[in-house]
Design a protein around this ligand. Sequence first.
Ligand code: ATP
Ligand code: MG
Length: 428
Amino acid sequence: MSASLDSAAAAAREESADVRPSGSELGELCVLMKLGEIVLKGSNRKLFERRLHNNIRAAARALPDIRLSQRGAGVIILRMPGGSDLQVAELGERMSNVMGIVWVHLVRRVAKDVESVTDIAVRSTAERTGSFAVRARRRDKRFPMTSSELAGYVGARIKEAHGLPVDLKHPENTVFIEVDKDEVFVFTDGIPGQGGLPIGMSGRGLVLMSGGIDSPVAAHRMMRRGLKVDFLHFSGMPFTGPESIYKAYSLVRQLDRFQVGSRLFVVPFGKAQQQLKSSGMERLQIIAQRRLMLKTAEAMADNLGAAALVTGDALGQVSSQTLTNITALDDSVDLPILRPLIGMDKAEIMDQARRIGTLAISELPDEDCCTLLTPRQVETAAKIGDLRQIEKRLDAEELAEYLATTAQMHRPSFLGAAEPALETAARR
Ligand code: ATP
Ligand code: MG
């Protein structure tokens, strides 16, 4: 069966299994998600949705089976009939890392009658203090009450039960009620999602990943725009210890929360650096090293299906990142180099790194390959002609091809090792 027929059949099965909640299912905990930019897509929206559904299933790996249903353009509901509340909460947590989702709510699914809704709304505010408001909306307009009638009715009952004051403008607690075709969802809180586009929608890229602060943030930014990425780290081995590899590994594992199935390639770079040094690069050493890294990445890209390279460069951050030097880096390869941090301040980048959970790892000490053999003075305006001339003597292209063959692959997985069949499905 083709992939699309497969998913159509799965959707049909889900629809038919999607029975109305009975009294005994009152208050089943589910995950309700609001989508972002996908909603604005025109004729190819279905493609985006299908990709997102696959990514959601991959992220729900090793939890009890889920039932996914797309409600209109902007809402997805996940039910886990065989799961505990704790497992549903874990599912919600994982969904907050799936690209393309803007809000994640743990919701109670209740029968479509006012008393069941009120009962859950009253129970869900039992422990609350401070003011509150009820916000209701109907995706099914046939519901016998208007949204404001429903909100008013439930609000009055909460006030009566707990004595909380109503504040419609700036409430300390909000109770949301969403009326759907077959059921009603009631919830009080949400966690922000990542936003962006489903991973895989924008093709594949290869991230040059140092152990520093910037490159993981750059990776996250591109993943958020739908790029599925692999990672490439250059260690100073055999002249440094393996610490930078451990850091790169932990960073990729952390980033694997946002895309299941990350691959990290590690290239021992020390000897090549020494070759550059002895060919007389001097002030050009750093920029020549970067060019060789990019050339090596380009030599690997084809095999990995990567159509772009990604780096953590920010304009002017260090002397290798002046405009002239960045131009000299672009000159070293044909592939486009994506630099999502180009216009960001270090403080902004650090905030992002903290938010995505990579800062603490990046700040661990290590011996970076680039600090090896660093000249006392770094050229801030590298001349492309000079670089090309020395590279020709050295046969840099061939060296890059050779380095690409020395790459060791690792699979730093956030969710633990996948069963092979599942892993293939996740990578599709
Ligand atoms: P980061 O930029 O990740 O914080 P850094 O500041 O130490 O690390 P820079 O010297 O700013 O690194 O390097 C700029 C970019 O070059 C990095 O963001 C990364 O994409 C790439 N790069 C540098 N060193 C390495 C390395 N050892 N392996 C892979 N890529 C690297
Ligand atoms: Mg940097």
